[in-house]
Design a protein around this ligand. Structure first.
Ligand SMILES: Cc1ncc(COP(=O)(O)O)c(C=O)c1O
Length: 365
């Protein structure tokens, strides 16, 4: 295989998707998996097995790909930019449902204006903040209730309920911390939904979830659906968090040694193949940019520098680097599989360790 090359281990994807589907069923919620990590139809089909078929996307490009592949119920889980509303509503026409996210009065006004102009009703979820402090209204405020009420009154809006994402789970230090974030994610969402229902607002959907919180969640009472995504591939960050084992990681980048020096190796997978995610520095300050894998497992090498096309690997202890001559192959498991995977226009799928089919992810936004 020419390098750098994105490898996907089919057996791991199959196992990861089956496990999550079963876990979510056992916990009594619907699975609306996120496809942002892999952005390809083949993995999406594995994710929805045994569930209702709804998915979550992070870009309209993903929405278009999956709509064309027959997925009928899609949630676009990023607050929609005003300039993309028309396009999103146009895409929704051919589907059972394309749900948009909003978290401000301005956005509600724009969605209402565009859907009135296009003579459609926009399916909408209100994004609430459960601690990530990125997007979303603060569910403790009166303004949050007022915005939900305004959504439910808007004539061209079909208000579906609320959505939150505990992305701050990635900053946890241990399982106890993860459990606390998972509990809060559920309690904040369900508590807010109850508050809205108390005000006479119908809230059919309570949508929560991330891979780390679903790895530890014990109770999903009151939650209608969950949206994990990273679990399809997992990555070195999930290994560090303890939410998967190294053998569960389905995505890696095959690379070739192009420089072998007494004190360092240079390989052909730089930031353009691995991304430049700093990894779990809060858990492992010297972690570098990924786990280097050789034939025997993890190599004592740190991905120390990532210019555009090269990576510089330094030995973690004084080691003989001559066993990795120019031309030798290594695999690197990145800390953020979604970012690294997004740098490739194809993944080579390994079945039984042998390269077989290729999956073509969608690119663009
Ligand atoms: C809104 C939203 N929902 C769900 C997810 C999936 O979370 P994870 O990738 O941890 O599975 C993400 C990921 O970024 C997200 O932004």
């Amino acid at each position: 295989l020419p390098t750098p090359c994105a490898l996907v281990e089919w057996e791991a994807v199959e196992r990861n998707t089956a496990r999550m589907a079963e876990r979510v069923s056992t916990l009594g919620a619907r699975l609306r998996p996120h496809v942002k990590t892999h952005k390809c139809v083949e993995a999406g089909r594995l994710q929805v097995r045994g569930h209702f078929g709804g998915i979550t996307v992070s870009t309209l490009a993903e929405a278009r790909l999956f709509a064309a592949a027959g997925f009928r119920d899609i949630t676009y889980a990023v607050p929609v930019a005003p300039a993309r509303i028309r396009e999103a509503l146009g895409l929704a026409r051919g589907l059972e449902r394309l749900t948009l996210l909003l978290d401000s009065e301005e956005l509600l006004r724009e969605v209402e204006r565009c859907s009135a102009a296009q003579q459609v009703r926009a399916s909408v979820l209100l994004k609430i903040d459960c601690g990530l402090h990125r997007c979303g209204v603060d569910p403790r405020t009166v303004e949050a209730v007022e915005l939900a009420a305004a959504c439910s009154r808007a004539p061209h809006v079909d208000f579906r309920g609320i959505l939150t994402h505990a992305g701050h789970s990635y900053g946890c230090r241990d399982r106890e911390g993860l459990r606390a974030v998972a509990r809060e994610e559920r309690e904040i969402a369900v508590g807010f939904a109850e508050r809205l229902r108390g005000e006479g607002i119908a809230v059919p959907e309570v949508s929560i979830g991330s891979t780390p919180t679903l790895a530890v969640a014990e109770d999903l009472t009151g939650v209608s659906e969950v949206r994990p995504g990273n679990y399809v591939f997992f990555d070195a960050l999930q290994v560090a968090l303890g939410t998967c084992a190294l053998e569960d990681v389905a995505f890696s980048v095959l690379t070739t040694v192009i420089g072998s020096f007494p004190d360092r190796l240079v390989v052909d997978a730089g930031a353009l193949a691995l991304s430049k995610d700093a990894g779990p520095t809060h858990l492992q300050p010297g972690c570098g940019y990924g786990l280097v894998m050789g034939e025997q497992g993890v190599e004592p090498l740190r991905v120390a520098a990532l210019p555009q096309e090269h990576a510089v690997l330094l030995p973690r202890a004084s080691k003989d680097l001559r066993r990795h001559p120019v031309g030798a192959r290594l695999r690197i498991v990145p800390y953020h599989s979604g970012l690294a995977a997004a740098l490739f226009d194809r993944y080579v799928v390994l079945k039984g360790g042998e390269p077989g089919e290729e999956w073509r992810p969608v690119r663009g936004l």
